[in-house]
Ligand binder design. Structure first.
Ligand code: C2E
Ligand code: MG
Ligand code: MG
Length: 550
């Protein structure tokens, strides 16, 4: 007996030998001090010894009923959730002494600290430390829970983004910023109704899981309450700061499959709200549209890498002489499964994804290489110029003059045979950078055309200051011009403006002979459009040019 006791004492955990009596009861045999402490320190409202506790008895029964060969293990919580302790219980067999009842070794490992640590870590992981509100993960879990309950249809997710918060943080410091966040959280709490949940899901973004007790109209009503409480200025030391917020909302419908998706939908609406300034509600189909764009982006990246894009060349005509003076290079993408995709669709995707820089570099290189090939076929430079479109985004991000100088040198093309087409947005976004770029292009003798003129934010002062050679009159003013006196007036005004500033003009979208004649009569120097030719593959474009020479 002594040996066994000292063996049990040596164990760092509570351990006891337990016998299964023929009566079906269990009897405590030798046990160590840790086990005795466990029995004596049991909560006073649970005076039973450990081996008489319901879960332990069940564990012992399972063990002996199964023959007592395999150990039985389980987790056991002794007491209630607040003061209770957690144990890992192990019941293992002991050699049976002949003539005595079967026995086992019961050991209990106290895991209370471990479990509490994990619990507080989880609480920390699910809470925002500044406001004490649930954080993004907790919010997503809560949304998931209501959706899983099937009570989904009576909920909405509202996202509130503080529009000028980063400015407060930058100008008044992080402490003031924290103060604003705490105040905003308090004010938002005041707008909640029973069953709503507020969370801080980002630096200056709050999420509300809104219970729609009276149907979908509860959502705009909540948005109005939020706007009202946030419209009162915030007092920060000696400042009074006004905060505006953008609110996006997604109602739980048949579309979403998960809480995460619902939050994402609300984010789409929020993004729109930031630009419209209104409370925006997510439309079904918006997510699919964003996914389509993402697909297009991936496929466009691959198409650029694999050289799947082509250029089409549309002739530019000297209207008075009725002669081709050059071509505009326009990108074409024939998708393997979707078929041809309009540049009006993929250029904006390229701009948003930063793919416009490689695309633009490719277009320039490819157009100049075509012109060089035509020169080579003709045994010398052909009397044609090449126009290439350069996006505002590329002008802002890329070293456009450097790239152009290198491409001209590579293909042996003189600068004056190249025209760069820019839109007004290229200049409006960063006038200083645009001015430097345009001056550098002038240094290379490259010509600059203002594309889609009249459709953007025109500022007449930059037209005078910047080295621009040509104004391209947008198709929207040209087509239908003959039946619309206002359009004629605009075209006339652009033509006289160009004349006064010493620029040439190109009318886009000439589809009929009448238009070409009228524009020539009004003094427009150049034109392009389907009346002359669609944009053509390089060899057809060259053949078209030669056919019109004779
Ligand atoms: P844009 O530079 O104003 O090009 C003129 C557009 O008008 C071209 O459309 C051309 O095909 C179309 N067009 C020409 N004549 C007619 C006509 O008589 N009737 C009608 N209805 N349309 C005519 P496209 O090729 O679809 O290109 C659209 C826009 O995409 C271009 O407008 C340009 O802004 C952009 N784009 C095309 N390729 C590139 C490129 O390589 N780089 C950049 N940055 N933008 C490009
Ligand atoms: Mg153009
Ligand atoms: Mg244009």
């Amino acid at each position: 007996m002594r040996v066994r006791e000292s063996f049990l004492e040596a164990l760092p955990i509570a351990a006891a030998m337990v016998s299964a009596l023929p009566s079906g009861q269990f009897e405590l045999g030798v046990c160590n001090e840790r086990y005795q402490q466990l029995d004596s320190s049991r909560p006073s409202n649970q005076p039973l010894p450990v081996i008489a506790c319901h879960d332990i008895v069940r564990g012992l029964q399972t063990f002996f009923q199964s023959g007592g060969e395999e150990p039985t293990r389980f987790e056991w919580r002794d007491g209630d959730a607040v003061s209770g302790r957690h144990f890992h219980v192990n019941i293992a067999s002991l050699i049976r002494i002949t003539g005595s009842p079967p026995r086992c070794l019961l050991t209990l490992v106290d895991r209370t600290t471990e479990i509490e640590n994990a619990r507080s870590l989880r609480a920390e992981l699910l809470h925002d430390s500044l406001t004490g509100l649930p954080n993004r993960s907790a919010f997503a879990e809560a949304v998931d829970d209501v959706m899983a309950e099937g009570a989904g249809a009576s909920y909405a997710v509202l996202l509130v983004d503080l529009s000028r918060f980063s400015r407060i943080n930058e100008s008044l410091g992080g402490v003031a910023g924290d103060e604003v966040i705490i105040t905003v959280a308090r004010r938002l709490i005041s707008t909640l109704r029973a069953g709503d949940l507020l969370a801080r899901i980002g630096g200056d973004e709050f999420g509300i899981l809104l219970r729609l007790s009276h149907g979908p109209d509860d959502a705009p009503a909540a948005a109005r309450r939020i706007q009202a409480v946030l419209s009162t200025p915030f007092r920060l030391a000696r400042f009074e700061v006004g905060l505006e917020c953008a609110i996006g909302c997604a109602l739980v419908g048949e579309e979403q499959t998960s809480g995460e998706e619902l939050v994402r939908n609300a984010q789409f609406a929020l993004k729109r709200a930031k630009s419209t300034g209104r409370v925006e509600v997510h439309h079904p189909g918006e997510a699919a549209c964003a996914r389509y764009k993402l697909d297009l982006e991936t496929e466009l990246r691959r198409a650029i890498d694999q050289g799947d894009l082509r250029l089409a060349y549309q002739p530019i005509i000297d209207l008075a002489a009725n002669r081709i003076t050059g071509f505009e290079a326009l990108s074409r993408w024939k998708h393997t499964t979707r078929g041809p995709i309009d540049p009006g669709e993929f250029i904006p995707v390229a701009e948003e994804a930063g793919l416009i820089v490689p695309l633009g570099r490719w277009a320039l290189d490819s157009a100049l290489s075509t012109l060089a090939a035509w020169d080579k076929d003709a045994g010398g430079p052909v009397p044609l110029s090449m126009s290439v479109n350069v996006s505002a985004i590329q002008l802002a991000r890329d070293d456009v003059p450097g790239m152009i100088a290198a491409a001209l040198a590579t293909h042996g093309i003189a600068g004056e045979r190249l025209t760069i087409e820019l839109t007004e947005s290229a200049i409006v976004q960063d006038p200083d950078r645009a001015t430097r770029a345009l001056q550098a292009l002038r240094g290379l003798n490259v010509r600059v055309a203002m594309d889609d003129f009249g459709t953007g934010y025109s500022s007449l002062s930059y037209l005078r200051r910047l080295p621009i050679d040509n104004l391209k009159i947008d198709r929207s003013f040209v087509s239908g011009m003959l039946a619309d006196r206002d359009k004629v007036a605009i075209v006339r005004a652009v033509l006289s403006l160009a004349d006064a500033l010493g620029m040439t003009t190109t009318a886009e979208g000439i589809e009929t002979i009448e238009l070409s004649q009228t524009l020539a009569a009004l003094g427009c120097s150049h034109g392009q459009g389907y009346f002359y030719s669609m944009p053509l593959p390089a060899d057809e474009a060259a053949a078209y040019w030669r056919s019109r020479l004779g």
